[in-house]
Design a protein around this ligand. Structure first.
Ligand SMILES: [Zn+2]
Length: 220
């Protein structure tokens, strides 16, 4: 079986994402790229996380062609592949449907840095304008919103997607950080008069997010 370890990691991460309430039964999707072969393991379309097994995970090439697996790959396969193509340093992508981030996207075009954990996202996170789920337009909208130095975006009226340079658990953690930050910003109530780290840093601010993350994590 190709990418056996990655398939197991996708199953485990999916269960965690579901149990933590970041998606419903089979919502969202998860993928891992193998930098040696440029193959990508990805969740099948419509598979419920509580039943998902490693053999259910699909392996596709960078064009989305199925290389191994007997189910249909996730409808958001093009969004995952678009991120890998635009950002070759990204190793794993997780897309979730968390409530507060989606609510935030209905009123805002971006999420400012409101918690220090956002250093791992390079600070503020853009909202990608609404496009239909599974469409090429959604894939393009997400890739544009993540840009050249972001690691996540909020998909308007839909969810969150994040790509990690490290591993799939880290990509899930970045989804959680976006959700936490949106929830905390909403707990401050309406209006824009709350503290933000972006404002504190000023025009000359900005984050050296990845460097700090590497220092904290003591890796690679
Ligand atoms: Zn979705």
């Amino acid at each position: 079986m190709l990418m056996e370890l990655e398939r197991r990691q996708i199953v485990e991460t999916g269960r965690l994402m579901y149990e933590r309430g970041l998606c419903q039964m089979c919502g969202g999707n998860i993928s891992i790229r193998d930098p040696k072969t440029e193959l990508v393991a990805i969740k099948p379309s419509g598979g419920a996380y509580i039943y998902l097994k490693p053999e259910d995970i699909i392996v596709v090439d960078m064009d989305g062609k199925v290389v191994e697996g007997d189910k249909k790959p996730s409808i958001e396969t093009q969004m995952h592949l678009g991120i890998y193509k635009a950002r070759p340093e990204i190793m794993a992508v997780v897309h979730s449907h968390p409530l507060h981030a989606v609510a935030w996207s209905l009123r805002h075009s971006y999420l400012p840095s409101v918690i220090c954990a956002q250093y791992m996202l390079n600070g503020a996170v853009k909202v990608a304008p609404y496009e239909d789920a599974g469409s090429a337009e959604l894939a393009a909208s997400a890739v544009k919103a993540i840009g050249e130095d972001g690691y996540a975006c909020i998909l308007q009226a839909h969810g969150v997607i994040a790509g990690s340079c490290f591993d799939v658990l880290h990509a899930l953690e970045m989804n959680m950080v976006v959700e936490d930050a949106c929830r905390i910003a909403m707990l401050c109530g309406p209006g824009e008069d709350y503290f933000t780290i972006d404002a504190q840093l000023g025009a000359a601010g900005g984050y050296d997010g990845l460097e700090r993350l590497r220092r904290f994590a003591g890796q690679p």
